[in-house]
Each structure stands twice: as C-alpha cells, then as structure tokens.
Design a binder for this molecule. Structure first.
Ligand SMILES: Cc1cc2nc3c(=O)[nH]c(=O)nc-3n(C[C@H](O)[C@H](O)[C@H](O)COP(=O)(O)OP(=O)(O)OC[C@H]3O[C@@H](n4cnc5c(N)ncnc54)[C@H](O)[C@@H]3O)c2cc1C
Length: 389
C-alpha cells in the first residue's frame, strides 16, 4: 500500500492529524496497535484549552463538544484549607471546555469513518524503515499476514511507549526527564461533581483533585505513593481519604458511589529533542510527557499536530520544506512552556516526601503570592487556558 503520510497511533494526536490533513487534501493511513474499542476505553484527560476547542470546531468535529461539554470560567486552588479562585473570564475573557478525551477520540473516529479515510486497527509489530532516506516504509502484521506501507513522511503519534521514538538512533536524541516520587490514584464515578468547577487541593496528607467529565460523571484523584497497590484501595477507603484532603464544604457535598474505573497514573516530565529524525516527525506523548496537574498532555498533542499539519500542507502545496524544517523547534518552544507550567503546578500542590522545611515554606509562599497578586493569578490563567499556538 502507498500513502502520502503514514500515521502511527490512533490516539488524539494521530486522529486529529489525520483529520487536519484530510482538510488539506493530503492522504494519510493510520496504523493503530489496539482495537478502536480499546482506545475508547482509556480514561485520560478532560480539560480542553480555549485553542483546542477552537481547532476542533474549525475542523468540523466540535458539534457534540459544544452541545455536551461544560465550559468553565474558572478553577479553584486550595492550600491547607484556604481557597483561591482563578477567574479565567474576568482575568482574560476566556474559558476552558471540560470534555473527556474519550469523547474527543470518539468524535474524531466517527468523522474519519464517515469520510472513508483508512485506519488499520490491530496492526501488530509495526516497524519503521529507511527514515533517513527519501522513501520511508512501515511494515506491520495483521491477520497473520505481513504488510508494507510506503509513504513520503511518517508521523509518530504512538504515545510514550510507542515504536516511533525508539526507532530514532539513541545518539540523535536528547532526553530530559524528571520522575516524581508519587502517582495519582483516580476514580471515575457516575455521580454529579462535588463542585461546579475543578478544585486543585494541597493538603498535608497529599494532593487531591476534584474534576468531572460531565454534569453526571465525576473524576477524582488523590496523590499516592509510587508503589501503591491499586487492589488495596477499596471505594470506601478512597472516598474517606479524598474527604480528608478537601475543604470541609466540598467534602460534605461529595456524592460517592461505586467506582466505574479506578487506576494509578505515574507522574513524569519528559522531553525528547528534536521531534524529528529524517522523514519521521514525532507528535504528542511520543515526544513529551507532562504530569497531569496542569491539564496539558492532550492539549500539547493538539498543538503539535496543528503545527505538523500546517507544515505538511505547505510542503505539498508549495513544494517547500521550510515549515517542516522548523517544526521541531516551533513545537518544542510551546512544549517547554507547558512543561514549566505543569512542573510548577505539581511542585506547588503536592507533598514531596523529601522536601525540607525550606521547600515546604516555598510552597506556602507560592500560594500566598498567587492569592495576593492579580499578575500571578493572570499568569496561571494564561497558562491553564492555553498559551498561543
Ligand atoms: C493514565 C493517564 C491519565 C492521564 N490523565 C490526563 C489528564 O487528566 N489530563 C491531561 O491533560 N492529560 C492526561 N493524560 C495525558 C493525555 O492523555 C495524553 O497526553 C494524550 O493521550 C496524548 O495523546 P497522544 O495521541 O499523543 O498519545 P496516546 O493517547 O497515548 O495515543 C497513542 C496511540 O498509539 C498507539 N500505539 C502505541 N504503540 C503503538 C505501536 N507500536 N503501533 C501502533 N500504534 C501504537 C496506542 O495504542 C494509542 O492509541 C493522561 C495520560 C495517562 C496515561
């Protein structure tokens, strides 16, 4: 088989890139290791930046998001029981959209199926070849048979554990990484949220987050040690611990029920530079990871593929490689700012076992400054709702 762009991975990055390329009349085939149902079963991000929302609308997949999503004009930051609301609308005239990653993925899958563009699910043993030449190839197995896809360009959108980044010779990549000594234990429940907006809470026992996916489905997280045994956390234990870490009024308003999903996510900051090797371009989690505290992971995947789609459009339309050559630097400039923000939010709000009394005082001072300064609150709002692309 031959195509113009071979996309590895049908997560948000791969599916949105496929959609954007389709709008530019560029053909792409997506190869996904898992089934479509499996991809849709992964509960992940839920907060869309202002620009992500605009892009989804601009490429014709925003209708359900606008009807069912929850626009949020602010968020609450709590520190040892003291609350400070960041008012996005008042500070910047903007808002974010709460709409689950699973729903974004579902909408993109439906649009792709309707347009007849090819997605091959269950593609096993995907391997990338001849990346540094002019005719890259991808091989894979499906239904017991071997297949080959030739193309002009490969987009590596296959997440942190995918094959794309690993196909780049180690001496051509620079890796920057921080692994945090804790994770997030998350519970999804079919109950209305405890509060109308997200609540990020610092507490002596550890961080907690009240989030939601819809008006009737809530997502809660508590910071947990990195070696936590998921099975040891019954629903009751989780709710008791969450209540302890929330302001009293929120704890009292919390509506609990049986967990419909429970999982532990490790926290990591990671960047691989550059985001290109020959004809392979990395996008999304394949190139970088942020701790979820700043709600940036999915949004970064979106801005990467926005840049990549524009660069590929220029390549095919004007026979120019200028934007493709600038892709990595352009994407990384935004990636590093989101890395900084996610690291900063994580550092201010979590309990770090090894922190000294000085570092704990720094956390208090960060929150105090945020509470007392319109400039500091505006900076948070600007980063949270999304820096310009
Ligand atoms: C448990 C968890 C919770 C998260 N929570 C949040 C959150 O609350 N807020 C937030 O902003 N972000 C969150 N994130 C991050 C966010 O979900 C990611 O940043 C986002 O999914 C990135 O999209 P992507 O398309 O780059 O990668 P992915 O969504 O990982 O998609 C990659 C796709 O490639 C496929 N693939 C992998 N290897 C291969 C291969 N060899 N061949 C073919 N296909 C392959 C995978 O099956 C997958 O479908 C979370 C991530 C995780 C793991």
């Amino acid at each position: 088989m031959r195509t113009q762009v071979a996309i590895i991975g049908a997560g948000p990055a791969g599916l949105l890139l496929g959609r954007l390329l389709e709008r530019h009349g560029i053909e792409a085939v997506i190869l996904e290791r898992r089934s479509g149902d499996y991809v849709l079963s992964r509960i992940r991000a839920g907060v869309l930046e202002h620009g992500t929302r605009e892009l989804l609308n601009a490429c014709g997949v925003g209708e359900r998001m606008e009807a069912e999503g929850l626009p949020h004009e602010g968020t609450e930051i709590c520190f040892d029981g003291v609350s400070h609301r960041i008012d996005f609308r008042a500070l910047l005239g903007r808002e974010v959209m709460v709409y689950g990653q699973t729903e974004v993925t579902r909408d993109l899958m439906a649009a792709r199926a309707a347009s007849g563009a090819v997605t091959i699910y269950g593609a096993e043993d995907v391997a990338l070849h001849d990346l540094d030449g002019s005719a890259p190839r991808v091989t894979y197995r499906k239904g017991g048979a071997s297949h080959e896809l030739t193309c002009d360009v490969i987009a590596g959108c296959d997440g942190f554990h995918g094959v794309s980044r690993r196909s780049i010779p180690a001496d051509k990549l620079r890796i920057f990484e921080r692994i945090y000594p804790f994770g997030w234990l998350g519970v999804l429940v079919d109950e209305p949220p405890a509060a109308p907006e997200l609540i990020y809470a610092h507490h002596q026992r550890g961080f907690a987050l009240c989030s939601m996916r819809s008006a009737t489905r809530s997502r809660y997280y508590i910071q947990c040690p990195e070696d936590t045994d998921l099975d040891a956390w019954t629903d009751d234990l989780f709710w008791d611990e969450l209540r302890r870490r929330l302001p009293q009024a929120v704890a009292e308003a919390l509506r609990t029920g049986p967990a419909i999903e429970k999982s532990i996510a490790p926290l990591r900051s990671f960047v691989a530079e550059p985001m290109r090797y020959g004809r392979l371009f990395l996008a999304g989690d394949a190139a970088h990871i942020v701790p979820p505290t700043g709600a940036k992971g999915l949004n970064l995947a979106v801005s990467d593929v926005q840049y990549l789609a524009m660069a590929l459009a220029e390549h095919y339309r004007d026979q120019s490689n200028a934007a493709l050559d600038a892709y990595s630097a352009r994407a990384l400039s935004r990636v590093w700012k989101a890395e900084r923000f996610s690291w900063w939010m994580t550092t201010m709000l979590h309990r770090f076992p090894a922190f000294s009394s000085f570092e704990r005082r720094m956390q208090v001072a960060e929150f105090d400054y945020l509470r007392g300064s319109v400039a500091a609150s505006t900076a948070l709002a600007e980063n949270y709702t999304g820096l310009p692309t």
